[in-house]
Design a protein around this ligand. Structure first.
Ligand SMILES: Nc1ncnc2c1ncn2[C@@H]1O[C@H](COP(=O)(O)OP(=O)(O)OP(=O)(O)O)[C@@H](O)[C@H]1O
Ligand SMILES: [Mg+2]
Length: 321
């Protein structure tokens, strides 16, 4: 294989227009071998369109993509053998049984009968589907169907798997089972590209996260560094034993290090890049005004803060925020 040759996935100015709608706007990124790469963005950001171009299900309007060094359009057959996909809308055959969905998928990938029977029963064990193997897929719950869809996507032992919203709509334990499966396969060297709206999931699973908004990549980094980039959105949240006078609110918002004061339902939230500096000023302030604290908390930036900050920036830039 082309293991040594660069990235697992490369997108180069990848662009998709649907008529005049620019759905994916010249995005460029690389995914390393063995990486779990998260693609995070709000509804309509262009996540599914990007996956569909990488899978050669739709043609890029401009730019190109490569999987294991092979062009997704020119070498589409060779690429197909190396990738698995769990699409946004299930590709399960509802009238086939769990088992037959797997063996049929194997046949579509050109696997011989013996090979696909053996692989199907291996996956039925791995995904804990034994008691459901003879039920029609249409009768399975959503979580079971999602498990089956992932099992189908790896019938042919792909080296790269694309997951489009793998856990949306699942309960906590099914979602966790799917995340565990992703980690397990990743431990065996499988590279993942996964789209999600779920910040927490991206944080838990992904080595790097690309944030996409309105078709544009607005950040690609580790979850930790994305959070650092939003360091100024740390918050010191204070609750006092009485309501503040307007002059006191004024004084509070002028504390050194406070970039913004957000009073909210009896809480005073001070946005800052330096919580310690706020606290230094906060105690003398309370002392001067004869106020006692009920609680004081420091809230670090969450990935959600980063996301909101980045995507709201995008809206402003587009001029309609
Ligand atoms: N086949 C299509 N024809 C026309 N427009 C489309 C088509 N598919 C997607 N779009 C539009 O392209 C944009 C990006 O859609 P896409 O499905 O890629 O977003 P997404 O990030 O996957 O969103 P979601 O989180 O809702 O799944 C949207 O404005 C969408 O309406
Ligand atoms: Mg989508």
């Amino acid at each position: 294989m082309m293991e040594g040759s660069g990235a697992a996935v490369t997108a180069n100015g990848l662009t998709k227009y649907y008529d005049s709608l620019l759905a994916v706007d010249h995005i460029t990124f690389e995914i390393a071998h063995g990486e779990i790469f998260g693609f995070l963005g709000p509804n309509g950001a262009g996540k599914t369109s990007t996956i569909r171009m990488l899978m050669n299900l739709i043609r890029p309007s401009e730019g190109s993509a490569a999987i294991l060094g092979m062009d997704t359009v020119r070498d589409s057959l060779a690429v197909k053998a190396q990738v698995g996909i769990v699409p946004e809308v299930s590709n399960i055959f509802p009238e086939l049984s769990t088992l037959n969905n797997l063996t049929f998928t194997g046949a579509l990938y050109g696997m011989g009968r013996r090979n696909r029977m053996a692989r199907a029963s291996e996956l039925i064990d791995l995904f804990d589907l034994a008691e459901h193997q003879h039920r029609k897929a249409v009768e399975l719950s959503m979580g079971l169907r999602r498990r089956l869809a992932i099992a189908m996507s790896i019938m042919h032992r792909p080296r790269i798997i694309f997951l489009d919203e793998p856990t949306s709509g699942l309960d906590v334990s099914s979602a966790r089972a799917i995340r565990d499966t992703v980690r397990e396969l990743n431990g065996e060297g499988v590279t993942f590209f996964l789209t999600t709206h779920n910040m927490d999931e991206a944080n838990q699973l992904c080595r790097r996260i690309a944030v996409i908004n309105r078709g544009r990549l607005i950040a690609v980094d580790t979850p930790e560094r994305l959070k650092q980039a939003a360091a100024e959105s740390q918050v010191v949240e204070a609750v006092f034993d009485r309501e503040l006078e307007p002059a006191e609110v004024e004084e509070l918002s002028g504390l050194e290090g406070c970039s913004q004061l957000l009073p909210e339902a009896g809480k005073y939230r001070m946005r800052t890049s330096d919580p310690a500096r706020i606290l230094q000023g906060l105690y003398p302030f309370m002392h001067r005004s004869g106020i006692k604290p009920v609680s004081i908390n420091t809230l670090g930036p969450s990935l959600e803060d980063v996301f909101i900050r980045l995507t709201e920036g995008g809206k402003e830039a587009a001029g309609d925020g």
